[in-house]
Design a protein around this ligand. Sequence first.
Ligand code: SF4
Length: 296
Amino acid sequence: MSVKITLNKTPMDYAVNRPPIWCPGCGDYGILEALKRALAGLGIPNEEVVVVSGIGCSSQLPHFLKTYGIHGIHGRAIPIATGVKIANPRLKVIVVGGDGDGYGIGLNHMIHAARRNVGITYIVSNNQVYGLTTGQMSPTTLRGVKTKTTPYGSIDEPVNPLALALAAGATFVARGFSGDVAHLTQIIAQALSHRGFALVDVLSPCVTFNKVNTYEWFRARVYKLEEAGHDPSDYWQAYKKAVEWPSLDPNGRIPIGVFYKNEEKPTYEEEIIKILGVPPIEAGVAVNGKAVYGIL
Ligand code: SF4
């Protein structure tokens, strides 16, 4: 499925006068570019976008985008984003972070946002290493890979974020590759258009500290689900695809694209509006008997 692209805006409308400080060639550049293109393609007004991040190289992304942004604390971007979305569901709320931030310290938050179906888009720059702290093993480091903290090769089974998200009840689950910006743009545009919690895991090489999972390594393995006849409305087919790599075969081919999409489940913010009658930002919140409008 592709998303209709408008000509109302261009990616430059979301650019700031401040170049990113990532290493040349970092996969995060591809994610930033794809996000700008997706926002422009959907014509989303800058002032209606809030990008929340945690800590890590990719978590610096809100500084390089002309939207509202919150550079939060390690692993806690999703709770902050959930608060923003609940308070004002009209906003397009995007969470960006790395695999260490999101699948390590913050993993539980992804599971709870997925089961609640909070209407946020969660983009994870998955480079399979801690880049900001100079190359330690992360939750998605493959078995056998040597890092600063695994000098004999990792003996840990890597986290499979897609399978976890599906098991938790996520209603949109996808994987992209930052070396294919056009394809990633389409995935992010679909995620931003989705009603409910959307995970976009992005294979995003750390060119400085991960010399195993490089652009070439991924290019030799990725294939597109839409070209393989995958049906994203089929939950069990999605699950089988999600465990294809790395759970079943860490050396096998890697599917990218939209694994699963389902808009039948109500979102968390819709459930709250059902109780209050209006979004919290309009209802006001009583603190010590006084109404505090717009604050949650
Ligand atoms: Fe990117 Fe790795 Fe450099 Fe961090 S250390 S900016 S993840 S290439």
